[in-house]
Design a protein around this ligand. Structure first.
Ligand code: FAD
Length: 530
């Protein structure tokens, strides 16, 4: 067993594995230590719901992975990764029976919106898509590189010019409700954007929900929201296979309990079995910021100021997920929903706003917003022909103060989890009468179950911390740590708690790896200079 490496990566989530691959490409010997028995973090699939059905245990749709320069550069198709798309990207059926649909290609989406919601919605969608064409790919590059993004930021500014640059900055600062009011006269296009914004913990009335919703929708229109053929775990398999081919190693079942710090620098880690692994050049931590600071690294080795900043760190809300094996397709009232990989469920914008405010203020919603995945529709390998492997999740308050439709307390014991799963199924049933009759088996993952399955999903938080503006860019995870840099030399934060945050894009890991390489180069230059 190796007990020395150039770099030790703590955690084999997508960020840890991308970081490890980048370091291995530079000839570093990399050892990835993973607490669980399998690598992948929140990118994993299984057959626990039903042996004939593949279920994505956590993440499913990967537009951010497709758009990510860091992941694209790894050429994972050479290591077995293949993508699959649903006929349409996203559907949002409404209470009035209409359905907004996001398709690949602006013409397909805008034509559909114009037909179902009027020519204004179609024209507004084309305007927002034209803006995307102007800023692509510089915007995505700017968001996925360390802040401030000098090169892509300058390219973006040059592309837009000062006047349009200012207008673009204004749009980025809008709420999604306001963007909808400015661009559309009906609700279809606004609901597509608002549902996308609620993938993060952003209120439809708060900035930067317009920017977030627009970005995710435009990525879907350009790249689709694809899934790895065979299950999310095949993305992890490709990352691990590539790393191993480059001489790296992933050790599962190896929980790191502390980072060894001497003289202000990280020298290695200790694991739960008492072993030490020395890191000659760097330690990269793919763990949430609160698990690193004051957890793996003692407060004695950290500035007092950081402790005070971390006290203000905000988690994103909890997540409650149900996976289903269905003996037939979901019988949607709105036909268009049948062809979509993802279906967003909320009757209208007011309902979406109520839900978001309720979750933020501790109340368990009666009418939850659901994100639902139709996995066999997206990738036919997931379950036998004619059946559907499906899931839905919603966000729940981290601390439940009131249940708006019953007596649930947020204790999430067996009775509560079953009751809340029943409530979510009733919600799907209201858009697809006959849905419940198609359920062959289900698995419920409460916030507690999610955390038990991956300790980084603290309280069921899936983004490594709130995506609210006050915890983005230079404020992530706390002001002054500068993204992946930490107050400890040779120690880097590589998880979704660092800029640019949650999602499977590997950018947090890539930024940490590049910071480690840069610092190592400088250190060597200094030594040679002496
Ligand atoms: C239910 C759910 C659905 C999601 N859906 C999507 C989606 O469709 N698309 C998308 O882009 N994103 C999605 N996400 C978000 C995405 O999966 C995460 O943002 C992403 O996985 C974060 O990657 P990470 O590497 O930072 O952390 P993780 O994936 O959480 O990996 C961290 C790893 O570190 C390990 N670890 C933690 N502490 C230690 C320790 N002390 N020692 C050793 N190992 C340790 C953990 O066991 C884990 O394997 C979803 C997340 C969840 C939970």
């Amino acid at each position: 067993m190796t007990d020395e490496a150039d770099a030790v990566v703590i955690g084999a989530g997508p960020n840890g594995l991308v970081a490890a691959n980048i370091l291995a490409d530079r000839g570093w010997r990399v050892e990835v230590l993973e607490a669980r028995e399998a690598p992948g973090g929140a990118v994993h699939s299984d057959r626990e719901v039903h042996p004939d059905f593949v279920s994505d245990t956590f993440s499913s749709f990967h537009p951010l992975a497709i758009a990510s320069p860091a992941i694209a550069a790894l050429n994972l198709h050479e290591f077995g990764l293949r993508w699959s798309h649903a006929p349409s990207v996203l559907a949002h059926p409404l209470a009035d029976g209409r359905c907004a649909v996001l398709r690949r290609g602006v013409d397909a989406t805008a034509t559909g919106l114009a037909a179902d919601f009027g020519t204004d919605d179609g024209a507004g969608w084309r305007r927002l898509s034209a803006l995307w064409d102007r800023v692509d790919p510089h915007l995505v590059n700017a968001l996925l590189t360390p802040f401030p993004p000098i090169r892509s930021g300058m390219a973006l500014a040059a592309r837009l010019g000062p006047a349009d640059g200012l207008r673009f900055a204004r749009m980025m600062a809008l709420s999604v409700r306001r963007l909808g009011e400015e661009e559309f006269s009906d609700v279809g296009a606004t609901m597509l954007l608002a549902g996308c914004a609620l993938h993060a913990d952003l209120l439809p009335e708060a900035a930067p929900s317009a920017a977030y919703g627009w970005l995710l929708a435009m990525l879907g229109q350009q790249y689709g929201w694809p899934v790895p053929v065979g299950g999310a775990g095949t993305l992890t398999d490709a990352l691990v296979r590539r790393l191993t081919a480059k001489g790296g190693n992933v050790r599962c079942g190896t929980r790191v309990t502390s980072v060894v710090v001497r003289g202000g620098a990280a020298l290695g880690v200790r694991t739960a079995d008492g072993a030490a692994v020395r890191a000659r050049r760097a330690v990269l931590a793919d763990v949430p910021a609160p698990a690193l600071y004051g957890g793996l690294v003692s407060w004695d080795d950290l500035p007092t100021r950081l402790r005070e900043d971390l006290r203000r760190f905000a988690w994103d809300p909890g997540t409650f997920k149900v996976d289903w094996a269905l003996n037939g397709p979901i019988p949607w009232t709105a036909d268009a929903a049948s062809e979509a990989g993802t279906v967003h469920l909320s009757g209208d914008l007011a309902e979406l706003s109520d839900y978001a405010v309720q979750v933020a203020s501790g109340r368990l919603p009666a009418r939850a917003f659901l994100l639902l995945g139709q996995m066999t529709t997206t990738d036919p390998t997931r379950s036998p022909a004619g059946t559907e492997s499906a899931w839905a999740y919603t966000h729940v308050p981290r601390h439940v103060t009131e249940d708006l439709d019953g007596r649930l307390t947020g204790r999430w014991d067996l009775a509560e989890t079953e009751a809340y799963a029943d409530r979510l199924e009733a919600r799907v049933e209201s858009f697809a009468p006959g849905f419940r009759a198609r359920i062959t088996a289900r698995r419920i993952m409460s916030p507690l179950a999610l955390e038990a399955a991956n300790e980084s999903l603290v309280g069921g938080a899936l983004n490594g911390g709130s995506a609210a503006l006050h915890q983005q860019l230079v404020f992530r995870p706390v002001p002054g740590t500068g993204g992946s840099r930490t107050p400890v030399r040779r120690l880097y934060l590589a998880s979704a708690s660092a800029h640019p945050g949650g999602g499977v894009h590997g950018a947090c890991g890539a930024n940490a790896a590049r910071a480690a390489l840069r610092a190592d180069r400088l250190a060597i230059t200094r030594v040679i200079g002496c």
